[in-house]
Design a protein around this ligand. Structure first.
Ligand code: GAR
Length: 211
């Protein structure tokens, strides 16, 4: 059983999709419709949900019966000390995989060194296009006709790590940041679930991707 720690900063809707898929299983065609065949169990479980602030949706932990923790940067002297505390909490759960799912902070180098390549991030753009914290807004501001979603391994850059999988998402002329982000998240949720399933069943090998 693949053990995951997932870190969030906000609503955690992608994490919710993962938790539901782990609870209910997934359909072979990524859960689309009643004709998709019997649900397949993913051999993985989220053992803890972490956040950088109490404002994150830690109620997901209560709902799914999963422990939660908060490690706030302002409680530490500097970023490195915060990172060390965060790493200690993550490692206390002994995860095989740590996922940043809408975690809106760069993790310090010691965290990357300890966890990567078993440290993943979801990003709401087709990297290397539109890295950073405002990927959806930046794609709209650039007048792009399409953007995307990316699942990647975290390295020490800003959204520069090895890409596991990515998918294009069209931008509609009347899109707001919110409507576009929601369309991207639908794709991200599938990427996240598929990636966890692939790592759990051995079809995705993170060490090979980084080799
Ligand atoms: C997702 O779109 C995720 O890719 C993005 O935050 C959103 C979280 O949504 N992450 C980044 O932009 C990281 N640079 P959620 O809280 O509803 O799952």
């Amino acid at each position: 059983m693949l053990k995951l720690v997932v870190l969030i900063s906000g609503t955690g809707s992608n994490l919710r999709a993962l938790l539901e898929a782990l609870r209910d299983g997934v359909h072979p065609s990524a859960g689309s419709g009643a004709s998709a065949g019997p649900a397949r169990r993913i051999d993985a479980e989220v053992v803890a949900i972490g956040a950088d602030s109490e404002a994150a949706n830690l109620a997901l932990g209560d709902e799914f019966g999963i422990p939660t923790f908060v490690v706030r940067p302002r409680d530490y002297a500097d970023r490195a000390a915060w990172g060390d505390a965060l790493l200690e909490r993550i490692e206390s759960y002994g995860p095989d995989l740590t996922v940043l799912s809408g975690f809106m902070r760069l993790v310090p180098p010691r965290v990357v060194a300890a966890l990567s390549p078993r440290l993943l991030n979801t990003h709401p753009a087709h990297l290397p296009e539109f890295p950073g914290a405002h990927a959806v807004r930046d794609a709209l501001a650039a007048g792009a006709r399409e953007t995307g979603a990316t699942m990647m391994i975290v390295d020490n850059g800003v959204d520069t790590g090895p890409i596991i999988e990515q998918v294009r998402v069209p931008i509609h002329p009347d899109d707001s940041e919110q409507t576009l982000h929601e369309r991207i998240k639908v794709v991200e949720r599938r990427l996240l679930v598929d990636t966890v399933a692939g790592i759990a069943d051995g079809t995705i090998n993170l060490e090979e991707i980084t080799a």
